[in-house]
Design a protein around this ligand. Sequence first.
Ligand code: AMP
Ligand code: GLY
Length: 451
Amino acid sequence: MSILRGEQVHQKIWEQRKQRSPGRSAGAPGLNCLVLGGGGREYAICWRLANCSSVSTIDVMPGNAGLGLFTRVIDRRADDAHWLQQHVLASHIDLAIVGTDELIAAGIGDVLRRSGIAVVGASREASKIEWSKSFAKELMDEAGVPTAKWESFPDAAAAGEALERWDAPVVVKADGLALGKGVTVAQTRDAAVEALASPPANSGRVLLEEVLKGEEASLQALVDGETVVALPPARDHKRVGEGETGANTGGMGAFSPTAVLPDDQAQAVADAVIAPIAKALARRGTPYRGVLYAGLMKTKDGWRVLEYNARFGDPEAEVTLPRIEGDFAKLMKALGDGRLAEYVAENPMRFSRRAFVDVVLCAENYPASPKIGMRIEGLDRLPEGVFAFHGGTKRDAAGNVTVNGGRVIHVVASAETLAQARELAYVAAERVAYEGKFYRSDIAGQEVAVA
Ligand code: AMP
Ligand code: GLY
C-alpha cells in the first residue's frame, strides 16, 4: 500500500465522493462507514478507511476538528441508541466501528448490530473483560493465560487491610474503566495506602497485584468467535514523565514495529494469550466480535498479560493501522459480518515494513483536568512523511483549531527505519504550537538506542 500524505487522503476521499454522488443511496457502490468516537484513535481508523478504494463515505460522531476535513462529522453524542439506529438506516451505513471503551461498555456495539449491519465492536457482555479487571483475571485463570498474582476486594478499605499480607511493592488497580488512569504501581506501603485513598481506587471494587518486571508490548488482534488474527505489535509509553515516571495516562506516544515483540511472532503470541480467552468467552455463550487488545509484559518467565482492552489501543492504533496492508475497510467489514476466517484465508494479513512513531502533544495539566480553548498553530508546517492525527481538537466560531482535550495532536511520522521516523516526529512536534503544549522527548528512545 502506498501511504498517502494527510492532504492527499482528504483530497482522495472528496474525489471519491464526487464521482459516486449521490453516494448515500441504497445500492450505490462503495461502503458507507460510521466511526464512533472523536480522538486520535478514531482519526487513525478514519484515515486508514479513507485510504481504501472500497470506501465511499465516512461519518464520525462526535469527531474533532481534523476529522471534519475528510469525513462528515456529526456533532452529537454517540450513545443515543434510537438516533443511531435511525441514522444507520437513513445514511445507508454498511460498516460501523465503535472506537471508545465507554461506548463499547455501554453496549453500543449491540445496539448497532440490531440494525443488521457489519459492526466492529464487542458486545457489552464480552467487553466485561475491559470494564471489570476482576472478571478479566477470573477469565485468564479459567483459560490458563499467565498473568500477575491477584486478589480482588469489594472496596479500598478491605484492600487496605490486606496490605498487611501483600506489603509493597504492590500494584493497586481500580476494577472499572479509568481511561488508563486507574493503576498505581506502589513501591512503598505508604504509596499503596495513598492510592487506595484517592480516585478511582477509593470508589468500588479494587485489585491488588504482584508487581511484574520486564519489557511491555501491546498486541491487538481481530477476534471473531474463535478466529484470532494478530495485528502489528506496538509499544506504548503510559507514564506522563520521561523515563517512565509520574502518573499513568491514556498513552503519551507509541511506535511500531518493536524488537520486544517482532511482527513475525505476533500471531504465535496472540494464539497463546488471546485465543484461549476467545474460546472461553465463546464457551460461556458471550462470543467476542471486535478488536481485543492485550497489554503484555515480557518477563524472565515469558509473556504475562497485564490487561485486556475491548478495542483498538490509543495511541497504538495510530502506529499500527497504517501498517496493515490491503483493503482495511473490507477486512473490517468481514470481521463485522462474522466472516473473518474466510476473508483472511483468501486475503492473508500482511504488515508493511515501514516504521511509525507517534508523539502525543498534550494539553497543560494532562492527565488531571486539562486546560482547553487555546488556539493551535503550525499544523500546516509539518515535514513530508508526518501527519497530524487530531485528538482533542475543536474548531471555534472563527474557524480556528483549538485545544479541546488532554491528548491534543498525535504527530505520526513514518520512515524506512524507526530512528528516522522518530527524528521526523520530533521535528514536527516542535512546529505545532499552542499555549501549554508538552510532550515526552523519549518516545521510542530506548528502542532506537539499542537498535
Ligand atoms: P494496565 O492499565 O493494567 O495496563 O496498567 C497500566 C500500566 O501499569 C501498565 O502498562 C504497566 O506499566 C503497569 N502495570 C500494570 N499491572 C502491572 C503489574 N502487575 N506489574 C507491573 N506493572 C504493572
Ligand atoms: N494505550 C493504552 C490504551 O489504549 O488503553
